[in-house]
Design a protein around this ligand. Structure first.
Ligand code: NAP
Ligand code: COA
Length: 281
């Protein structure tokens, strides 16, 4: 391809922040639940929701990881209202109990972000049945578990409940070497569209957010950097850089805010143009 490159590629470490783009009380008083909030993109969403005044309950499997994420966030946002729950999203009953406890304490749930996921590179020929099942179970079944558990709480939201499902652009293109994750995430795209219609009558908006490669995250490390293909991935970025967790968190904040009142069932691509450029390089 001989399109002239008009930018200087930017290599983020992943710790950089975007300027604050919304008013400080954007999510004031909102009760939110973020799955997989103890690292990476999920942690970035928890941080931004807390900065905008939301109470954030975040969950993951590892208690120690949740505790150190909470400590880090409280140093960054001393006013943050944060709660943590250690559970595995694959357990429907545990998700139900966690949301019931939030509703008991806060009276409702305003925002659910289904972000927890698992992925690893493995050609399908070599993938074990349990490897396939694990990723489908965390990503697709975990998202279903979150949505169904959250429904009673979201129905009670005076703001109109919000569900944000974090998927991936490869859910649309397919993903050689990650067929398990691409299939699970494609299932989530369809679940989102189905629920947007089924639950629209309850005032609940349900949307997908599709991040491109995000600097400093586990996903980027295991799928590109550890495999020595990060440089090639750079060439696929129309914007000449990977994204920041703030890029995804700000997209979520917008969809969760009154700005997102008339947005439901959409695929919000936040990928630096990778989706379009990848076909050309
Ligand atoms: P990450 O840092 O590995 O974070 C995953 C989070 O989910 C952690 O908090 C982890 O905590 C939790 N988790 C994993 N399995 C769980 C389970 N079974 N039950 C409960 N919690 C679980 O991942 P990331 O790279 O930020 O990715 C986050 C999301 O963005 C994923 O949905 C991913 O598909 C999507 N995404 C990422 C990128 C990227 O460039 N990173 C690009 C596109 C889409 P524990 O390990 O303690 O459970
Ligand atoms: N290549 C091939 N198979 C793999 C693998 C790899 N890199 N990593 C795990 N598997 C297989 C295991 O061998 C096992 O199959 P088996 O029983 O047939 O041997 C199966 O996957 C489940 O692995 P296990 O470690 O028992 O599952 P888990 O439930 O503890 O963890 C994972 C789930 C595998 C998805 C794990 O990578 C994880 O917890 N990921 C969360 C973080 C993450 O993926 N972040 C990036 C998000 S984009």
């Amino acid at each position: 391809m001989d399109t002239p490159v008009q930018y200087t590629p930017v290599h983020y470490t992943g710790t950089e922040r975007r300027p604050r783009i919304f008013r400080d009380d954007l999510l004031q008083g909102r009760i939110s639940l973020v799955t997989g909030g103890s690292s990476g993109i999920g942690l970035g969403i928890v941080r931004v929701f807390a900065e905008f005044g939301a109470t954030v309950v975040f969950l993951g499997r590892r208690e120690d990881k949740l505790a150190s994420a909470r400590e880090q966030l409280l140093r960054e946002v001393p006013s943050a209202n944060l709660e943590t729950v250690a559970l595995d999203v694959r357990h429907h009953g545990a998700m139900r109990e966690a949301v019931a406890s939030i509703v008991e304490r806060h009276g409702r749930l305003d925002i659910l972000v289904n972000n927890a996921a698992g992925n690893f590179h493995c050609p399908t020929e070599a993938l074990s049945e349990n490897g396939w099942r694990s990723v489908i179970d965390i990503d697709l079944n975990g998202t279903f578990n979150g949505c169904q558990a959250a429904l009673p709480g979201l129905k009670a939201s005076p703001h109109g409940g919000r569900i944000l499902n974090i998927t991936v652009p490869q859910a649309l293109s397919g993903w050689p070497g990650s067929a398990h994750a691409a299939s699970a995430k494609a299932g989530i795209l369809s679940l989102t569209r189905s629920l947007a219609v089924e639950w629209g009558g309850y005032g609940i908006r349900v949307n997908n957010v599709l991040p491109g490669p995000i600097a400093g995250t586990e996903g980027l490390k295991r799928l590109y950097e550890d495999r020595g293909i990060a440089d090639h991935e750079y060439e696929r970025m129309a914007m000449g850089c990977f994204g920041l967790v703030d890029d995804i968190a700000n997209a979520c904040a917008y969809l969760a805010s009154p700005g997102g009142d008339f947005v439901t069932g959409c695929d919000f691509m936040v990928d630096g143009g990778r989706w379009l450029k990848r076909g050309w390089v």
